[in-house]
Every structure is written in C-alpha cells, then in structure tokens.
Design a protein around this ligand. Structure first.
Ligand code: GLN
Ligand code: ZN
Length: 585
C-alpha cells in the first residue's frame, strides 16, 4: 500500500505535466503469487484511481489470466497483455474486462529479433477489433530493451537474413502496420505482402536446414545421454588416471585479457595482422599463461582463453547456423551491454574448434591441461534463438556439436574437459509449474554434450552467481564429474545446500571473488576451505576461484593464486596430520 501511495504521487506529477495515461509495469502478475500478495494488489491500486491519470497496467512474459477478475475491479483504465508468450490468456481477460477498458494487445515479440507474420496477426486480431473497436491498442509484447535499436546500422549482415529480421525500430513499424491493417485494410496491403514474402523466403531457405543435422537429431538415443559408468566407478578410474593430490587446485578458464591481447585481436579484425601472425601472438599468450601456472604450482592448468573475445561468440563464429551483427547491442545489466549472436539455422560444426589450441597448450606442460568449452544451454541462452522450432531442439543441435568437440579433445589426449554452463539457471521459466520441463531438457542436452567420452576422461562444469538450492536435483542429474561454483561472497553458505542434499560428485567451491582486484589472504581462503570440508568430504573438494580471471590484471591474479595454492597446501598438511592423529589415537 505504501508503494501505492508513492506511485499515486508520481502519477499526479505526470498529470500536472500533461500526461493522459500512466503505465505501471506489473510483470509479477505472470508468476504464481501468494494470497497476501494478491490481496495487496487491491490495496495498492485503490489510491491510484484518484491521481487523475488513466492507469495502464502492463503485464508480460507469462499469462496473468488468473488475476483478470481482480484487476478488472481495480481503478485501472486498461491492461497490456503479452499475447506472444501467452496468447491463451485472452479469453479470461475478454470475459473479465469492463466495457470501458482499453486492451493493449502485445502481439509483436519484444524479446526476439524475427519479423512477425503480420497477416496472421491481423487475422487473429479481427475478433478483438470488432469487440473493442477504438479501445484495442496494438503494441510490442514487452519493452523493446531486449532487442537492438535498428537494422539500419547493419551493413555486413547477409541480405537474406537481414530481410527476415526486425529490431526495435522495425518492430515499431510492424506495430503501426498492424493498426493500419485493422483500420484501413487496403492501405496496408503492400506491407503485409512484403512481410509474407520474407516469411516464406525464410521458411524455405536452404540456409536454415542442414540435412546432416536433421539426421543426427533424429538418431539421438537415450544411451547418448549416459556416461558409460556411474560416477563412483568413473571416479575410481579418474583418480588412477589423473593422479591428482587431495584438494586439487585449478582455475575457471580465462586469464587476464591484457591490452596486448586486445590490440592483437583488433589489429587482426582490421586486417592489419595476418592470420598466421595473430595465431603466433595468441600462442605466445598461451605459453605465458602456462608458464605462470606452472610457477604458481597449480595442479590442473588451463590455456587461458586468450583467443576468445567472448565465450559464446567464439564458438558461434565457428559454427554454421550462427550469424553476427555489427551493432546489435542490448543491455545486459546496469551499463553492461552484450551483442548476442543470432541462431538462424541448424547448428553444425564443420571442423574442430578448440583442439589445436588445447593440444598446443598441453604440449607445453607435463601437468594436466583442462580443455574449455561453452555448454549448449549457455550457447542458447546468450544468443537470439530461431523461433521456428522449440528451443529444446536448437539446444539439442548445439549439444550434438559440442559432444563431437569433447570427443575430439579426448582423442587429442586431453584428459579433463570443462563445459561451462553459467546461464543454466537463468534459463528457468518464471512459473514454477514450467520448471520441470525446462530442467528435464536442459540437463539432458548437457549430458548429451558430455557423455561421449570414456570413464577416465573427467568432465567439469562451471556455473557462477547462481542460486542452486532449489535446483540441486537437476545439478546432480547433469552428472558432471566436477562442478565449480561461486561461493566466496556467501562465505560458503551455498555449500550447505549441496551438503544437505548429499550432492554425490566432486565440487570446487570458489574460494575468492574475482570481481574485485583485492588479493585475498591465505588464511581467509583456508578458513573457507575448512568450512567447505565440514559439508563436503575433502576427497571430493577442489580449490579454485569463483570464476574466470579475464577482467583481472596479472599482478593481482598471481598474488591471489599464490595464496590460494598456499591455502590448499596448508590444509592438505593439516588434514594429513589429523589423519595420523586419528590412527594413533
Ligand atoms: N571459462 C569461462 C572463463 O573463465 C567461464 C566464464 C563464466 O563463467 N561466465 O572466463
Ligand atoms: Zn563463472
């Protein structure tokens, strides 16, 4: 209710400035709300009727049908519905809305970049138009902050692909065309025909379908999602094969992306550095990272990811079915922006992506070199995904190609392979009821990507900044031999959930936060590790930072890792002494 009063003041000010309408976003109405919340809605909105501004209550992403009757009784002048993600809710709203209410129909997908089937949408809106007349508004399904600004900024995009796309500006044009088509059908004819043509071209394009991929997808068997043996058996052979100490130390993959790395990449992109020279520069960076890790005394090394601009883009650039924009930026969070690639067709790996680099890195050291890949769920989550087949199918295609890469790395003599899935949790649908279906296919595609190797090849996965406790069964179902997670900022609290659930496989709880240049002390990290040992047996614990180190500089990285290795060594000694005590006692 207090919030309601504040909103009412804001609306009041809007009115003074001449606004007729004020929109209040309530995407929360799309999730299952407890009874108190539902009741609070009435109390909160009660005061808003007096502000003198008409309130448009906007819901999106999920269906808000279950709140239709309550919302209809509130002093709101209209509602906005996401009819792209939840078209089925229209009937409930139609029945509930009072005769004067405006219905804002969100029919243009605000979360994806494909041109809409305008003709089909006009068709589906005829009934609503007849019923609501001027009270029917046409809108994007949600805010347009999820899509890039305009296709005008794209000069290099394939012309066909470009003709299938609509960014924010083009989507506004689609909205206007829909309104025109309802009011003056004849005037919109040409535009609807153009949209139809683009849609047909996309549907029948040879660039979208790849027969090889289709065949593979059709041949996927249940066995492909299972490692050869259960974890306990794999664990035994891996211990023998790898010969690692108790509490093995490792890192999450990337090492500092220094100015020299970024300069080399920029020069290469501008055409000022030849491919071979660029390769040499990257190899030099890899050699540097390997040497430093040996000096630091880490047990399991990584090549450092110098050659990767971004963990999704790097792989997308080597896969068929992926396209890249020049200026397709969208906000990620705060002032951070990302440029998601576009999956427009069947995903196919024409040749190995990381084998040469990883093999080179392994050739520089006697220690175990961990191969580094991005997982199918993260590749999907951080891209714009085609909308002409289920997301799960696209994820499966990605998984099959990653699986081949994993097997190729194994053939090249790489004994540990990490498949990163930092976006695993953010793929969860908003509604709890939809969680099981997502978790089912997401864990399955991960297992398919990982399960092509022999028992003695150790599969790691990494997730950061996630809440895990409510999805632990699924994390366990992924069946990675080792999972590394972020835990340092919560002082290992996250691990309690893993302990209570009796998570069966090995875990590397991050012992220091990589988001700050602060160098953590040895004792602090040792204390965190001792806490971890109370929850997870030391035999199943790894020692590593929270995440990759690409945003850090070398001096702080070396200092922090020196202390981390020191902490692991100190605890090994302490645990061994404790064991001796127990035996003699
Ligand atoms: N391997 C990646 C890195 O170290 C993982 C990044 C991530 O988890 N977001 O940079
Ligand atoms: Zn991470």
């Amino acid at each position: 209710p207090k919030r309601g009063i504040r909103s009412s003041r804001i609306l009041e000010r809007r009115r003074q400035r001449g606004s007729e309408w004020g929109q209040l976003d309530e995407p929360a109405l799309g999730v299952e709300l407890p009874a108190e919340w539902r009741e609070a809605l009435s109390a909160a909105y009660d005061g808003l009727g007096n502000a003198g501004v008409k309130v448009l209550l906007a819901t999106y992403v999920e269906s808000s049908a279950e709140h239709a009757a309550r919302v209809a009784s509130l002093p709101v002048a209209g509602v906005h519905l996401d009819l792209v993600r939840a078209p089925q809710q229209i009937d409930a709203w139609r029945a509930a809305l009072p005769a004067h209410a405006v219905l804002s129909a969100g029919v243009i997908d605000g979360r994806n970049i494909w041109r809409a089937d305008l003709g089909g949408i006009v068709e589906s809106l005829q009934g609503l138009h007849a019923e609501f007349g001027e009270r029917l508004w046409i809108a994007p399904s949600c805010s347009l902050l999820y899509v890039p600004v305009s296709l005008d900024a794209e000069q290099k995009l394939d012309a066909d692909l470009k003709s299938w796309l609509a960014f924010a500006t083009e989507k506004l044009d689609e909205v206007a065309t829909l309104a025109l088509a309802l009011r003056e059908p004849a005037a919109a004819k040409a535009k609807l025909a153009a949209a139809r043509l683009a849609l047909d071209a996309r549907r029948h394009s040879g660039a979208v379908v790849n027969a090889l991929v289709q065949k593979r997808v059709a041949a996927v068997s249940a066995a492909m999602a299972q490692r050869q043996s259960p974890f306990a058996e794999r664990n035994r052979v891996q211990r023998e094969a790898l010969g690692l100490p108790l509490l093995p130390t490792t890192t999450i993959g990337s090492f500092p992306q220094t100015a020299s790395i970024r300069q080399a990449r920029a020069a290469y992109k501008r055409g000022e550095l030849r491919a071979l020279d660029y390769l040499q520069r990257m190899r030099a960076e890899i050699a540097l990272a390997v040497r430093k890790q040996e000096e630091l005394g880490l047990d399991v090394l990584v090549h450092g990811e110098a050659e990767r601009n971004d963990m999704v883009e790097y792989f997308g650039e080597q896969l068929w079915g992926y396209a890249f924009t020049e200026n397709g930026w969208v906000q990620s969070y705060g002032s951070r922006c990302v440029k998601p690639p576009i999956i427009y067709g069947d995903v196919y790996r024409p040749e190995p992506m990381t084998v040469e680099t990883t093999r080179y890195a392994q050739s520089l050291t006697q220690r175990v070199m961990k191969g580094m890949l991005t997982g199918p769920v993260t590749m999907l989550q951080w891209s714009f995904v085609r909308d002409d087949q289920p997301r799960a199918t696209t994820a499966l295609q990605l998984a099959l190609e990653i699986r081949d890469e994993v097997v190729d790395l194994e053939k090249a003599g790489i004994r540990i392979i990490q498949i990163d899935e930092p976006a695993f949790r953010e793929g969860l649908p908003l509604r709890r009821a939809d969680w099981p279906a997502y978790l089912e296919w997401a864990t399955r595609v991960f297992r398919i990507s990982a399960a092509g190797v022999a028992d003695q090849t150790q599969i790691h996965t990494h997730m950061c900044y996630s809440e895990f406790n409510d999805i632990l069964p699924s994390i366990a179902a992924m069946d990675a031999d080792v999972i590394t997670i972020e835990t340092s900022r919560s002082a290992m609290k996250l691990l309690d959930g893993f302990g209570a659930f009796a998570y069966p496989n090995e875990i590397g709880p991050g012992v220091y936060d990589i988001h700050s240049p602060r160098v953590p002390g040895t004792e602090a990290m040792q204390r965190l590790l001792e806490r971890a040992c109370e929850v997870i047996p030391a035999e199943r614990l790894w020692v590593n930072p929270d995440c990759g180190l690409k945003t850090r500089g070398w001096p702080e990285t070396e200092a922090a890792l020196t202390n981390m290795v020191q902490a692991a060594k100190a605890l090994r000694v302490k645990l061994a002494a404790r064991q001796v005590d127990e035996i003699t006692a």
